[in-house]
Design a protein. Structure first.
Length: 263
């Protein structure tokens, strides 16, 4: 099984999402759409298997403000909300999103083996050192007969932004994402199903586009920041280099949705 690894500063990621916590829900268009797609997949699985509702306990791994934790809790599930950001967990607690809250890393989940019936992880894997490690941890804590449902970003995500930055100063300034083939290879040893979907959002200008990324904490964190990247002159140059059409300035995300069955 190949390891997809990347240089990730977890403390910087936690700090970025903590800064975004209070405004996250208002900006999280992609996260909302991706999570709804995951819930649709989960609903189909549960409705199609009349002999198995996959149990009562749910781990929302990378819960953010607890938006989807609340969905599971409203279904009567026993929800554990896990996040790397203390401020995100605070927001989740304020809204009574779960029964239990854990400050922790999806690559080192502070739970015993075979503890959870359903693991739900929406757009978290791309912040990990290793996709294989994150999936192995979710598999470890899942009960036999349970399921892991996840979404992550693949190669091609933010490509318009990366190409525009490349024209401005020779650097892409976006996080590296694995190819769909690499994600498939990591999942190959599990009983699994993957599907892909492209999501596109349009903005009236590049300033709003960049603000939307900051609003969800999705800054360039895998290789550190360089000073001056968001200065007015740089952003003007970025807008001049950015592709635009009649709908506005596009930002694309290539999503992979996965289901892993715990054997």
């Amino acid at each position: 099984m190949p390891l997809i690894t990347q240089n990730v500063d977890k403390s910087a990621i936690a700090a970025a999402f903590s800064r975004a916590a209070t405004r996250y829900d208002a900006a999280a268009q992609l996260q909302r759409k991706s999570g709804e797609d995951l819930l649709y997949i989960a609903g189909r699985l549960m409705n199609n298997d009349t002999n198995n509702d996959y149990g009562q306990s749910v781990l929302d791994a990378g819960c953010g403000t607890g938006y989807f934790s609340r969905y599971w809790r409203n279904l009567g599930k026993e929800v554990i909300a896990l996040d790397l950001s203390e401020a995100m967990l605070h927001q989740a607690k304020k809204q009574q999103s779960a029964g239990t809250y854990l400050l922790g890393d999806i690559e080192h989940i502070p739970l015993l083996n075979k503890k959870i019936d359903i693991c739900f992880s929406n757009l978290v894997m791309q912040w990990c050192h290793s996709l294989a490690t994150a999936l192995a941890e979710l598999y470890r804590v899942t009960q036999i007969g349970g399921i892991i449902i996840f979404s992550t970003l693949a190669e091609g995500s933010l490509d318009e932004l990366g190409r525009a930055w490349q024209q401005v100063d020779g650097h892409r300034h976006i996080n590296d994402f694995p190819s769909v083939a690499q994600i498939q290879a990591v999942c190959a040893n599990y009983h699994h199903h993957l599907s892909c979907r492209l999501h596109q959002f349009f903005f009236p200008d590049v300033f709003m586009l960049m603000r939307s990324l900051q609003g969800i904490g999705a800054t360039h964190l895998h290789h550190g920041r360089k000073k001056g990247l968001t200065g007015r002159q740089k952003l003007n140059a970025l807008q001049a280099a950015y592709p635009v059409n009649r709908r506005g300035y596009p930002l694309s995300y290539q999503l992979v949705y996965g289901v892993i069955y715990r054997d």
